[in-house]
Write a protein that binds this ligand. Structure first.
Ligand code: RIB
Ligand code: CA
Length: 321
């Protein structure tokens, strides 16, 4: 980590792909992970808490980076998880860490607000979960957007098919009220499901190459992707994985990987039903909403894969640039 590393707090629903985003952030020389907050999402809450602590432990940061427990339920909707994708427990279905490491002594949303107030303009919030903790932090501190440096979010599906319903992506669908508030109140850089599918997918050949490595990170990646590879094979007929959360972190580490982006008015449908969690992105400027969300539209897939491979082979992600 260099002296001018970007200070980040990672808000995560730690399962499969979240773990790889945490490892990228933890091994990057350009980021300094100050803390991790856990949010309702992928699997049952206590699994996600342990998954985060275990993952930080793999990176040698278990004693240095505290995990704070946040929202166990969405703001309004009831909790729905994605265990069918990530496997029971969220790490492929056969790994259930029990680290014995204590969690932080405050709610994740309180931690985010406290750090933003103590270090105005210095903290970047990296959101790779439903946005419940972010919405709770905004309730506590309406000026949060002014106090944070930047807010980067993995979520939504920009004028493309969703992954949890045809209309929606999981993070925005799981807590649409929270996503609506966060996008209304904050200047967000958004890495959506569309760019995820287009530019972060690893095919069977890539996965086979990764399996040839016997590093601890490569073996962990093979473990945690078991379930999602089976899910993708059954659902789409292809042995592959996508890396939504790691893609977001890679874009933060190396913004020159971003090939195209646009700033638009983005809103989320919070109503229950067919379009719950739908991401409205006004690319043609036909609404009167404020255009404040920077949407990453294209991302250098080859250099991302190279960064990811460098991390798996236990170099810094920057070694792959
Ligand atoms: O839709 C993908 C997102 O939902 C990722 O962040 C994944 O971890 C789940 O949280
Ligand atoms: Ca996630």
């Amino acid at each position: 980590m260099s002296d001018d590393a970007r200070r980040v707090i990672v808000d995560t629903d730690t399962a499969g792909d979240d773990t790889q985003a945490l490892l990228l952030a933890a091994t990057s020389e350009r980021l300094d992970v100050e803390g991790v907050t856990i949010c309702t999402g992928n699997v049952e809450f206590n699994y996600m808490v342990e998954n985060a602590k275990y993952t930080l432990g793999l990176a040698g940061l278990a004693e240095d980076v505290t995990v704070y427990e946040g929202a166990r339920e969405p703001l309004v909707k009831s909790h729905e998880h994605a265990e069918h994708v990530h496997g029971e427990g969220g790490l492929g279905g056969e790994l259930f860490p029990d680290t014995g490491i204590p969690s932080g002594d405050q709610h994740g949303a309180d931690y985010i607000v406290e750090q933003a107030r103590e270090h105005p303009g210095e903290i970047t919030l990296v959101c790779i979960a439903p946005l419940t903790n972010v919405a709770l932090a905004l309730r506590k501190e309406p000026n949060l957007g002014e106090l944070l440096d930047e807010v980067w979010v993995m979520g939504g599906n920009v004028n493309c098919l969703g992954n949890i319903t045809p209309a929606a992506e999981f993070n925005f669908w799981a807590d649409p009220e929270a996503a609506k508030v966060a996008l209304r109140e904050l200047d967000v850089t958004l890495f959506d499901w569309g760019v995820t599918v287009r530019d972060t997918a690893f095919d069977a050949d890539t996965l086979a190459r990764f399996e040839e490595s016997d590093t601890e990170y490569a073996e962990f990646f093979e473990e945690i992707t078991q379930s999602v590879r089976e899910f993708n094979q059954e659902s789409f007929g292809e042995d592959m994985t996508t890396q939504p959360d790691a893609g977001l972190v890679a874009a933060l580490i190396a913004p020159d990987l971003i090939e195209a982006s646009g700033t638009y008015h983005v809103d989320v449908d919070e109503r229950e039903g067919l379009t719950r969690g739908y991401t409205s992105v006004d690319e043609n400027g036909v609404t009167d909403g404020e255009a404040r969300t920077r949407v990453i539209e294209s991302f250098d897939a080859e250099r991302f894969e190279s960064m990811f491979e460098a991390m798996l082979f236990e170099e810094s992600p920057e070694a792959g640039l």
